[in-house]
Design a protein around this ligand. Structure first.
Ligand SMILES: [Ca+2]
Ligand SMILES: [Ca+2]
Length: 140
């Protein structure tokens, strides 16, 4: 890398910083929490917009928990069964469901867990369970 290129990077480097410990990716910050408390951290449960972002979120889980732990992310169909939304308002476009999911097993699966049986999101039994989660917040 030469000095001209570094200078250019500095010219354009006025992007806000993520809080310490959060992972910076594009216009957002991601953070793994062992107990769900994203809103107390000023964020939401994370949405996932594309495959690259999905892998970023998986890496956030892996590096923080030293494991591919199951973790809640911010998709839900609690308002209308079968209609999935991201709670932060992101359009629900990218899906990477585990085979035969969502199945709304026992009629009360309204939330999304990543890393269920391998590395695809599954739909959890109960959104309110106090399990590991991935939070996100916007940089702008
Ligand atoms: Ca459901
Ligand atoms: Ca399920």
């Amino acid at each position: 890398m030469n000095s001209v290129f570094l200078g250019y990077m500095e010219e354009c480097g006025d992007k806000p910083a993520c809080p310490s410990g959060w992972t910076d990716y594009k216009d957002r910050c991601f953070f793994y929490v062992p107990k769900k408390n994203c809103q107390s951290l000023g964020g939401n449960l994370a949405s996932v917009r594309d495959k690259d972002e999905y892998e970023v979120v998986q890496n956030v889980i892996l590096s923080a928990s030293k494991d591919s732990k199951k973790a809640w992310i911010g998709g839900t169909d609690a308002q209308q069964e079968g209609t999935w939304i991201w709670i932060d308002g992101t359009p629900f476009i990218y899906t990477n469901w585990y085979p035969r999911q969502p199945d709304n097993k026992d009629g009360n699966q309204n939330c999304i867990q990543m890393n269920f049986k391998g590395n695809s999101p599954n739909f959890g039994n109960n959104c309110m369970r106090n399990n590991p989660s991935v939070c996100s917040k916007n940089l702008y």
